[in-house]
Write a protein that binds this ligand. Sequence first.
Ligand SMILES: *Cc1c(COP(=O)(O)O)cnc(C)c1O
Length: 486
Amino acid sequence: MHYVSTRGQSPAQSFSQILLGGLAPDGGLYLPAEYPKISGAELDAWRKLSYADLAFEVLKKFATDIPEADLKALTHKTYTPDVYRNARVGEDAAQITPLCTLEEKNGSKLMLQALSNGPTLAFKDMAMQLLGNLFEYTLARQGAELNIFGATSGDTGSAAEYAMRGKKGIRVFMLSPHKKMSAFQTAQMFSLQDPNIFNIAVEGVFDDCQDMVKAVSNDLEFKARQKIGTVNSINWARVVAQVVYYIRGYLSATTSNNQKVTFTVPSGNFGNICAGHIARMMGVPIDKLVAATNENDVLDEFFRTGVYRVRKSSETYHTTSPSMDISKASNFERFVYDLLDGDADRVRALFKKVETDGGFDLSGKPGSDGNEFEKVARYGFQSGKSVHDDRVATIRDVQEKHGVTIDTHTADGVKVAREYLTPGIPMIVLETALPAKFNETIREALGRDAERPAGFENIEALPQRFDVMPANVEKMKAYIAERTGL
Ligand SMILES: *Cc1c(COP(=O)(O)O)cnc(C)c1O
């Protein structure tokens, strides 16, 4: 199995070669040259597997340059009930991503798949925990080290730190805007005492943090000498790890491979739902993939009209489902590549146009860039949008009717999923975070605090370890160099 860039101008690479990197050198995203297929018989045989064994079966189709015994050890080390321990009362932690039925009427079933039982209470742990183990394994094999440098406004940074803490050969330098994250999120990150984790609170806003990451990454000499890498959502291994829970969800909701299911996915950067698309391309009987967005509706606009239009920062809203507050969908290029039947020259032209003109139009109307929008339905995509009042009403409604507290992102999913229920086809909403992370809105909706999983009761009172720094690139470089000794 080898990997090619969506823009067609980078050399083909193996799984291990793209594991530690981000964008392809030509600015594109890596994809397998061909999607491996899963047969109906194979799917049925997988029904009885544990999550770790299922992850192994899926990963070995993609990570063909890692010995199978090693891969199996890595998935078994990652997907344990001890790592994914924050299951709710009534959920079976051993299932890793337990599925429950919320409501059933007129032959339609609305289900919730819990993806946020990992250490940071968000779905990003599903892939990031595996990535931490894969990185450590690969670096040890190569006798190499890696310094992860990134910026976060919340979920990604903490998932990365909890995945990389204590890992040999890896340091994490994570920027966050000083005093701008919630007390819970700040405590989650800053209470880590591991010597390989460095939290840097930047005197500025999130954009200042991101600008510093860009400036440091653009200094190629510094980047190479300091062995700087990233773990953002375009990382291919993250996408593959996410394919596993779509298959698990499918198997848990069905009894034979001639049944179909639909997934609704609270979406921002298109990383999560991209994995659903890949599962479907591999042959998993997924009927529809519904992208649910918040007020930042870049994806909803595309799936309604065929127009992809990135937003300026002034048009990007700060919402109460903040992990979906995006101005562009960084994984979307992978789907566009498939939509254009792998025509890398056109993909390259379209995404160059995004840089110059802010978007492209595949609606087929006069003057548009193509007519592929008419093909989108064949890939099963649908979409919808949910705003703050919808979230609050949905959290309240699900609590009243079912006694389950859902978080704000999952609420966006449930709101949109209810618009697409189809008799006979289970609708699975992916639960992307636990409500304790977004307590303010839970209070607004329910008039009380969200329940906190065991061990998180007093997290704000733990000692915190972080450095405050001005938004100064030279100071940042000196800080890194001093700690790596490189
Ligand atoms: C990251 C995140 C999302 C969005 O996922 P994408 O892969 O960016 O589409 C949704 N909900 C939560 C809680 C998240 O952390």
